[in-house]
Design a protein around this ligand. Structure first.
Ligand SMILES: [Zn+2]
Length: 248
């Protein structure tokens, strides 16, 4: 694995932006539901995860939605892995300008990062659809059936469902960071989901790095492509930094 070239790029960069997908969190034990299609088919009458996680399904079949959501989207035990922790070090050193993520697990924030653009929302934030009261993940996790507010309203996770638009200000912020970056690291995503995928086309900086097990449409324009597990790559980078006396 060519971690040496990645370390050199990170060393010479001052405005890194990290763009991540499901592959960033698999090292924390959170499976990629998009690649686990077959796994879910039986229990959902053949409905795909995308259909269940849609706005339409949420309103028509809220009970089934929450059953599936609790089982497959919530991982209260998950902890940040080497990738999350390395990125936090880079933010502390003022090298990392922002993290743009398609993940909803909140692990970048848990690792300590502040400049995080969560394109699809976050399972830790939930609101009553009637009165707007805020609830933590536990309120959804431990509810039986449909989670309800004290007022009787349904508690809805602040997660962007299929058929819903991502928050405008999050998208604007994410695009601005990518446009101003000198280095863009795209990791753990096959860039198949829009509108996120097209964001990466705004990049005009010097170094484009892709870390993903499978091919992506951006590979051809990348300076460095590493086809490995994301957390493993950063674990090795961290180890070499420590050996050589570099921070972190
Ligand atoms: Zn309420």
């Amino acid at each position: 694995m060519n971690t040496e070239q990645l370390r050199e790029i990170i060393r010479s960069s001052r405005r890194i932006v990290f763009f991540g997908g499901a592959g960033v969190s698999t090292g924390s034990g959170i499976p990629d539901y998009r690649s686990g299609r077959g796994l879910y088919a039986e229990e959902t009458d053949g409905l795909s995860p995308e259909m269940i996680l849609s706005k339409t399904f949420f309103y028509l079949q809220p009970e089934k939605f929450f059953d599936w959501y609790r089982k497959h989207m919530l991982y209260p035990e998950a902890k940040p892995n080497a990738a999350h922790r390395y990125l936090y070090e880079l933010e502390k050193q003022d090298k990392l300008r922002g993290i743009v993520t398609q993940n909803i697990d909140g692990l970048h924030r848990q690792a300590g990062n502040i400049r995080v653009y969560e394109l699809h929302g976050n399972v830790h934030e939930n609101h009553c659809m009637e009165c707007g009261a805020a609830y933590p993940m536990d309120a959804v996790l431990h509810a039986r059936g449909i989670p309800r507010c004290e007022c009787g309203g349904v508690i809805k996770p602040d997660v962007v469902l299929y058929g819903e638009a991502p928050e405008k200000y999050v998208c604007i912020g994410a695009r601005r960071e990518i446009t101003n970056a000198d280095t863009l690291i795209i990791a753990g995503t096959s860039l198949a989901v829009e509108p996120a995928a097209s964001f990466t086309e705004d990049f005009r900086g010097k170094h484009l790095v892709i870390i993903n097990k499978e091919e992506t449409p951006a590979d051809a324009r990348a300076e460095l492509v590493i086809r490995e597990d994301v957390s493993e790559v950063f674990r090795q980078v961290w180890e070499k930094d420590t050996e050589s006396g570099d921070r972190p």
